[in-house]
Design a protein around this ligand. Structure first.
Ligand code: AMP
Ligand code: MG
Length: 403
């Protein structure tokens, strides 16, 4: 038996960040930046109006009401050659470059909105309603550091400083296959003894949620030859492979046998509940990492959380590999097997400003409906057998949905 931490440490020793690649901005979304991005020009690039109104010289508006002739319009777009001479003004729109001579913008709401002449009703403060060049970003400034996660705001900033492509760590391509001669496609009729393949669906979408590009291969029966062929076919497009099923001690558990033949894959009993049998190693000419996850649906998903998701995050170049963990008070007693780390399906809530969790499932590793009711996993350490109601427990958030 090895501990969860020992197994994870081995996984993270083997799995490395993917080599950087230049991608277009939209493809780079969700990736980790592998270069420093600096601004060539300032942001804003030029002094411009933050309001629709009138560009004036403050010295011309010293008392109100004040009447000024309007000599033209400037709109957002190519800079206008208009110049504001003393005693005159220009109608200006939001985002338009400040015309030479003007030092202040009076918003239209403080005027009569006139076109040839305007009446200003509120005394302006010199310089008001102007967004200054470089106020946001200076020329030469570092705007996004290597290692930054590229969410929508960061993609927008890269575009604002003029970048159309970025060097990032690409999304890992993951191939997911389910093994088991009892499996049929969801949507097809079940013959006696058969079940729908749920693992490949859950694992493929879990990979996508973790930021990977996941390919669901689907079902491979418990047949060494067919599994071998499927694995060899899939290796070319995979940065990582995941199988489910066939890793226990049953007579037809062929995954062990095939993976051991294709590379250096070890099978270990990991001191956890659920998910005790775990296969991990590398196969093929490029030493592609492969996870042989247990077949029980809850075991497969908990194993994904414990080992595969951190591996995918490492490949992405992410700084945090694990889910956010909070301390929560359990409303009910939690039980755990001695010597094993338990991952219990709970609902995490905020009650009076404090985290509270409540078990939503039994501990059986086939209880998929219980898992689907959970938004978090309570993690009971190896040396704890009972967490009494009212005591604190560490809880990993599976999603942001906290009621
Ligand atoms: P195994 O790890 O192959 O011994 O499978 C353990 C249990 O998980 C058995 O009850 C299987 O029928 C079930 N199981 C295996 N693979 C899947 C799958 N892809 N979808 C749903 N259940 C599965
Ligand atoms: Mg099986």
């Amino acid at each position: 038996m090895r501990t969860v931490d020992e197994h994870l440490a081995e996984v993270l020793r083997v799995v490395q960040p993917l080599a950087p690649l230049e991608l277009s901005l939209l493809d780079a979304h969700g990736c980790v930046l592998a270069e420093d991005v600096t601004a060539i020009a300032p942001l804003p690039g030029f002094d411009n109006s933050s309001m629709d109104g009138y560009a004036v010289r403050a010295a011309d508006v010293t008392s109100v009401p004040c009447h000024l002739p309007v000599v033209g319009d400037v709109a957002a777009g190519p800079a206008s050659p208009l110049r504001v001479q003393p005693g005159l003004c220009v109608r200006i729109m939001t985002g338009a470059s400040m015309p030479a001579g003007a030092d202040t913008v009076v918003q239209v709401e403080h005027t009569d909105g006139g076109i040839a002449h305007v009446r200003i009703d509120v005394l302006p403060v010199r310089g008001q309603n102007i967004r200054r060049a470089g106020e946001d970003v200076q020329a030469g400034e570092l705007v996004l550091a290597e290692g930054s996660h590229l969410g929508s705001a960061q993609i927008g900033l890269a575009a604002a400083v003029g970048r159309s492509r970025l060097i990032v760590r690409p999304r890992p391509r993951v191939v997911v296959l389910s093994t088991g001669s009892e499996l049929v496609e969801p949507g097809t009729l079940l013959q006696p003894g058969m079940i729908h393949d749920s693992n490949s669906m859950a694992l493929t979408t879990a990979c996508q949620e973790a930021g990977a590009i996941a390919y669901r291969v689907g079902i491979v029966p418990d047949d060494g030859r067919q599994l071998m062929d499927a694995m060899e076919d899939q290796l070319v497009r995979a940065d990582l492979l995941i199988t489910s099923g066939g890793v226990s001690v049953g007579a037809y558990d062929v995954v062990k046998e095939v993976l051991s033949r294709l590379g250096t894959v070890g099978f270990h009993k990991v001191a956890m509940q659920p998910g005790m049998p775990q296969g991990f190693g590398t196969i093929g000419p490029d030493a592609t990492p492969v996870f042989g996850l247990p077949g029980n649906p809850v075991s497969a998903l908990v194993s994904f959380e414990a080992f595969v998701r951190p591996a995918l995050r490492r490949m992405l170049g992410a700084q945090t590999l694990t889910r956010p963990v909070v301390s929560a008070v359990t409303t009910e007693e939690l039980q755990s097997s001695p010597g094993r780390r338990s991952f219990l399906r709970v609902w995490l809530d905020v009650v009076d400003g404090a985290y509270v969790c409540r078990p939503v499932s039994g501990s059986g590793s086939h209880l998929m409906a219980g898992f689907a009711r959970a938004n978090a996993l309570a993690i009971v350490p190896e040396d704890t057998v009972v967490v009494p109601a009212g005591a604190s427990v560490q809880v990993a958030l599976l999603e942001r949905r906290v009621r």
